[in-house]
Design a protein around this ligand. Structure first.
Ligand SMILES: NC(=O)c1ccc[n+]([C@@H]2O[C@H](COP(=O)([O-])OP(=O)(O)OC[C@H]3O[C@@H](n4cnc5c(N)ncnc54)[C@H](OP(=O)(O)O)[C@@H]3O)[C@@H](O)[C@H]2O)c1
Length: 521
């Protein structure tokens, strides 16, 4: 495939073309935790290395742990050393970033803690020129979100400081654990902040290849005419992980794959693949279309749960030569847990474009490989001329290989189109060939990490890649009846599968009953 890029592309490693945000202070709640160390500080370090942080900037880490400012900076430096994608820490970059970092040991839910935070932010505004602009980041366990939001409101921190600044709040996943709790959290947040101030994270949306779904669909004229029920046979969306649950067993055992992956990442992918063209590329126009698509997905009726949903749990096995213990042996997981580590669903979309087209989604832990891929499978040609040619000499396959378009989200990000061609020779028969575009080779540089992009967008006030309140509720509206049906059914309904396999055998039946099969990933 032609991979030449006509526009000017920065040299590998050069800063991507992003605008530098204006002055602001970033406040991270949960600053002593894993997400801050593993993702947030390394992302800030990369932005600093690329000169993408505001000229007037500060980071205030907040947690209850008793840590001095220097201890906290030391920890953050160690985190950047361990997790930065840029290799060894560059001293001058680190010193520049470290100079902006502050730490406040406080429980913000306690009014005194919130007042101390407000005073510190006022001092930081004066010292760093951050102009009363505040970006709050909730990186605590979800149980603490509502209390922190309430405390921010009570301390007068829900609007910018100094009488002129702005305030925004980023909220980590999970946003609720079912429809009712998501609604309640939305209400609690919106009692204090207005919707445009709220940035709900789904880090999948920060991935370049996910954003490219829209660019691919709406920036080219050759695919969109075929993007509908007349030409598409079905759609598959797969998110496979080649690790078992490691390190967060207690959290995961309360969540499961449906909450942890389907409600957010898979339904977000589906909304981008299925949505109508937005009126513009403004945040609200795009999110309006995404939510319309989510609302058009038909909820699975209770009597169809058994044939259209499937859950599994991995047992001991081997992945890539590495032995993996069974899910129930993981620390923090109940020995008789029925939490699903694998989900497969068949969904349908009740709208003009997609009526009658099935969407099969699956996600699992401890599968043979790590891959996220969206596959559009096209219908067969109306007349199978070549099948008859094959039959004539009794050598060819009985069916033509279907045309498929694969959007690979990770790893080896790219787009592949499979179609049939006649190989050289006398006989007329078709063999599948693939046109493949790899982002890495095509654009000659690495994509930014999702958290880099999302932090930058929130700093600049662009909410396109964040989930709106109505979107999150629409997704829970679909998922909650499945959760409830599963809770009411017996434990045997959770199908075991050995780690390193492609999931329970019953998953083949879920798609096989429609005479289709999962694509090989
Ligand atoms: N880790 C990841 O890779 C990851 C990925 C995606 C999403 N997330 C989400 O990010 C959030 C944080 O996850 P994490 O893995 O970083 O958790 P974690 O390692 O347990 O850290 C939680 C942090 O929150 C603070 N905290 C705990 N209870 C609190 C409370 N009641 N009030 C205020 N602060 C409290 C803790 O510090 P103190 O005890 O010192 O206050 C700690 O700094 C969670 O919502 C999680 O679902 C994490």
């Amino acid at each position: 495939m032609e991979t030449k890029v006509v526009a000017t592309v920065p040299l590998p490693g050069a800063a991507p073309a992003y605008a530098v945000p204006g002055a602001l202070g970033l406040v991270i709640f949960g600053a002593s935790g894993d997400l801050t160390a593993r993702k947030l500080l390394p992302a800030l370090y990369t932005l600093a290395a690329q000169d993408l942080l505001p000229r007037c900037f500060s980071v205030v880490g907040v947690a209850r742990s008793e840590l001095g400012q220097d201890d906290f900076r030391q920890r953050m430096r160690a985190a950047v050393e361990s997790f930065s994608r840029l290799g060894p820490v560059r001293e001058e970059v680190w010193e520049r970033l470290a100079g902006t970092i502050h730490y406040l040991s406080a429980s913000v839910e306690d009014p005194q803690g919130a007042r101390r935070l407000r005073d510190l932010l006022a001092r930081v505004d004066r010292a760093c020129g951050t102009e009363g602009n505040r970006l709050f980041y909730l990186a605590t366990p979800p149980a603490a979100y509502a209390g922190i939001v309430r405390a921010l409101g009570a301390a007068g921190l829900a609007s910018g400081g100094d009488g002129r600044g702005w305030a925004r709040i980023i909220i980590e996943k999970p946003f609720g654990r079912d429809l009712e709790s998501a609604r309640q959290l939305n209400r609690q947040v919106l009692e204090v902040f207005r919707e445009p101030q709220v940035y709900r994270i789904d880090h999948y949306l920060g991935k370049e290849t996910v954003q490219n779904i829209l660019a691919f669909r709406f920036g080219n004229s050759i695919f969109e005419p075929l993007w509908n029920r007349r030409y598409v046979d079905h759609v598959q969306i797969a998110v496979a992980e080649d690790l078992g649950e490691e390190g967060r067993g207690d959290y995961y055992d309360q969540a499961g794959a449906l909450r942890d992956m389907v409600q957010n990442h898979l339904l977000q992918l589906l909304s981008l693949v299925g949505m109508e063209p937005p009126a513009s590329f403004e945040a609200e126009a795009i999110r309006d279309e995404k939510v319309k698509l989510l609302r058009a997905i038909r909820p699975i009726p209770p009597d169809a749960m058994a044939e259209r949903t499937l859950r599994g749990q991995y047992t001991a096995g081997v992945i890539g030569g590495r032995p993996i213990r069974g899910y129930r042996e993981v620390a923090g997981v109940a020995p008789d847990s029925t939490t699903e580590t694998y989900v497969a669903l068949r969904l349908t979309i009740d709208n003009w474009r997609w009526a009658g087209v099935s969407v099969y989604i699956r996600t699992g832990k401890a599968l043979p490989t790590r891959v996220t891929e969206v596959t559009i499978q096209y219908r067969e040609p109306p007349l199978l001329l070549f099948r008859h040619a094959d039959h004539a000499d009794h050598e060819g396959p009985d069916r033509l290989e279907p045309n498929r378009l694969s959007l690979r989200i990770q790893p080896d990000e790219g787009i592949a189109l499979r179609f049939g061609l006649k190989p050289p020779g006398e006989r007329i028969r078709l063999e599948p060939v693939v046109m493949d575009f790899g982002y890495g080779e095509g654009f000659g540089r690495e994509s930014p990490e999702a958290y880099e992009r999302l932090l930058l967008d929130a700093m600049r006030g662009d909410s396109t890649l964040f989930i709106r309140g109505d979107e999150v509720e629409a997704a829970w509206t679909l998922v909650t009846p499945i959760l409830e049906a599963w809770e009411a059914s017996n434990a045997k309904a959770v199908h075991p599968y050995p780690a390193g396999s492609w999931g329970p055998e019953a998953a083949e039946e879920l798609i096989g009953q429609d005479a289709r099969q999962w694509v090989r990933l």
